[in-house]
Design a binder for this molecule. Structure first.
Ligand code: COA
Length: 184
């Protein structure tokens, strides 16, 4: 497993495949096939991810194993945040997903650290994200890294309105590790 790095434009098809696979692996058991299909058709595909990789407001970081993409994170800079988010120049950690075989092996913490560091380097004072209320592993992971709940919003998974908790934490100062278990 290699450290996180920015995705290359030619990796859009591989990123699309990873994004869909990890989304289905994370939420497949708790949602209908129809809602998952609808969401995946809208959100993932080589054209969608190529557009994301070309978007200067989005930073996509990937972790690879051999030639394969196995985990990724996306950071959105310069966009408006929900009103409950407090702090200067918010950045959104809009996606963070690892293949299930990578869970507990450091890819998630490495991507989180890299995303927080990148946000700070680009001037963000605070990083926020939405996490499904019924995603206990991710909620524990973010709490461990210093995120606190500040509100909630609706995330539409296909036709299903779901409650996402909004979490935020300060962008890291240089000497502050983002995750006490996996310092930068
Ligand atoms: C979120 C994610 C990137 C974190 O990476 P990871 O490698 O799993 O992270 P870690 O193993 O370092 O940390 C997970 C923590 O959750 C804990 N955990 C696992 N299952 C849990 C559960 N059901 N309830 C509460 N905590 C749980 C683990 O024990 C670990 O905590 P600990 O090290 O303090 O004991 C990864 O789990 C993932 O890709 N999940 C699927 C996608 C996802 O949910 N993304 C977030 C969308 S907002």
């Amino acid at each position: 497993m290699r450290p996180p790095r920015p995705a290359r434009p030619d990796e859009a098809p591989a990123l699309a495949a990873l994004a869909e696979e990890t989304f289905r692996a994370t939420f497949g058991a708790a949602n209908t096939r129809a809602d998952l299909d609808l969401h995946c058709a809208r959100a993932y595909g080589p054209a969608q991810q190529a557009a994301e990789l070309a978007d200067p407001a989005l930073l996509t970081l990937v972790v690879t194993e051999g030639e394969a993409l196995v985990a990724y994170a996306q950071l959105r800079l310069g966009a408006a945040a929900p009103a409950c988010v407090r702090g200067a120049r918010p950045a959104e950690l809009c996606r963070l997903y690892a293949l299930p075989s990578l869970h507990g092996r450091g890819a998630g913490p490495a991507l989180l650290t890299a995303g927080l560091t990148a946000a700070a380097a680009r001037g963000a004072g605070v990083v926020w994200l939405g996490v499904w209320e019924h995603n206990p592993r991710a909620r524990h992971f973010y709490a461990r890294a210093g995120f606190v709940e500040v509100g909630a919003h609706t995330f539409w998974l296909g036709t299903d309105p779901q409650r996402d908790l909004i979490l935020q934490r300060p962008a890291p100062a240089e000497e502050t590790p983002s995750d006490p278990k996996h310092p930068a």
